[in-house]
Design a protein around this ligand. Structure first.
Ligand SMILES: [Zn+2]
Ligand SMILES: [Zn+2]
Length: 400
């Protein structure tokens, strides 16, 4: 009994001691956990960046050396090709036309590309996908993305065949989705719409590195841009790759006012037959004091983001002259002719030039009207409203 009592009393006395010990241990563990958590490196690119791309998160990431994003705009002449790299992960967005295809592959090799995480065909025009075929023939690719239509061209067939040889099928990404790229990520901004033409089905993306944002819209023109604006997604950016090679049909005021980029990049060929970039676009960029980098004047461009600021090599040329020296911006056209803006929209009949293929109408003086194929060209005398009622839309260049 005594012994039992002894033991029981001893066990009784050890009870509180043990629980205090356990309590202390728990406290210590909690403190340790908190300590580990607080000293832990700031969160890397989260699985669902949508919820966490707050200013604070982005700020915490800025000082990491591995958070550099290298954004190469490869000079492919008339076309587009962009290579983005973060922490050894690569994205190739478009690959330029046939003449540039081997140069794109050589450029990628020089950058140490051994495989590509993503290959994006903005749309299936030759000036965007020839080099992608070249890249697919050389580098293993994890994922290929493109809009959901088929082109009738040979180069499109080659693209599909080259993808199939790697066991890949073209993915059609959903608007709003995020994809990780090393320490950065990109978001799909566009929503594919079969009622639009190829250019306006271009996959638009926002490449995000910390606080820095790069907007790529491919060859989207006014119609595609309107859809981007209607999405309600955040289009604000530091770098904007001017849509459709700086054409006046793209880079609408509405888009620029949402994007408010610090830099605009223009990818086009020196002396190209389209007159890219157009005076209207260059005037907008100049008015908004957006710095300009151009492949036609400067060759390959490299923009490096550390998450907070961007370094450009070479420095922006800020040359706002259009590709075609004869091209005059709308503001000067109005000064010269003294018309256009004063003509009320629903005034009496006037003459317009119609493109029955694109269903755009132009002023007879519009330089775009000269390029209309005779089979698609039609003179029309009547009112602007009548034309709109017939499904025609005014040219973005001459703004009839
Ligand atoms: Zn193009
Ligand atoms: Zn195109």
């Amino acid at each position: 009994m005594k012994e039992t009592k002894f033991y029981s009393s001893s066990s009784c006395s050890s009870g509180p001691q043990k629980s205090i010990f356990l309590w202390l241990k728990a406290l210590l563990l909690t403190a340790l956990c908190l300590c580990v958590l607080s000293s832990c490196s700031p969160p890397q690119q989260p699985a669902n960046p949508e919820s966490t791309f707050s200013a604070e998160t982005a700020e915490a990431e800025t000082s990491q050396p591995s958070s550099l994003l290298r954004f190469h705009v490869i000079d492919v002449g008339q076309g587009l090709s962009i290579l983005a790299e973060s922490d050894g992960h690569f994205l190739l967005y478009d690959g330029g036309d046939r003449a540039a295809s081997s140069a794109v592959v050589a450029y990628l090799k020089k950058q140490g590309v051994e495989s590509l995480d993503y290959l994006i065909a903005s749309h299936y025009d030759a000036d965007h996908i020839n080099g992608l075929v070249g890249a697919l023939n050389v580098f293993p690719v994890s994922r290929i993305m493109g809009p959901d239509y088929e082109a009738s061209s040979k180069v499109y067939q080659s693209l599909i065949a080259a993808a199939e040889r790697q066991g890949l099928t073209v993915e059609h990404p959903e608007q709003g989705n995020y994809y990780p790229l090393g320490n950065s990520s990109f978001q799909i901004l566009s929503q594919d719409d079969p009622s639009r033409d190829g250019n306006n089905r271009s996959i638009a993306i926002m490449l995000i590195n910390g606080n820095n944002r790069f907007l790529l819209t491919g060859d989207n023109e006014a119609e595609g841009e309107e859809a981007l604006l209607a999405s309600g997604l955040d289009l604000s950016c530091d770098v904007y790759v001017a849509g459709h090679h700086g054409s006046a049909s793209s880079s609408s005021w509405d888009l620029l006012e949402k994007a408010v980029p610090e830099y605009a990049v223009i990818s086009c060929g020196t002396g190209n037959s389209y007159g890219h970039p157009h005076a209207e676009t260059m005037e907008k960029l100049e008015v908004m004091e957006i710095q300009v980098l151009r492949t036609d004047l400067q060759g390959d461009l490299l923009l490096v983001s550390d998450g907070t600021s961007i370094t450009c090599t070479p420095a922006p040329c800020n040359d706002y002259t259009p590709g075609d020296p004869e091209d005059t911006p709308p503001s000067l056209q109005n000064e010269e002719t003294g018309k256009s803006e004063e003509v009320p929209a629903n005034s009496d009949a006037s003459t317009y030039i119609l493109n029955t293929n694109t269903r755009k109408f132009h002023l007879p003086s519009c330089s775009s009207a000269e390029d209309i194929l005779p089979a698609n060209r039609q003179d029309y005398t009547g009112s602007r409203d009548e034309l709109i009622a017939q499904g025609y839309s005014p040219c973005g260049r001459c703004k009839p």
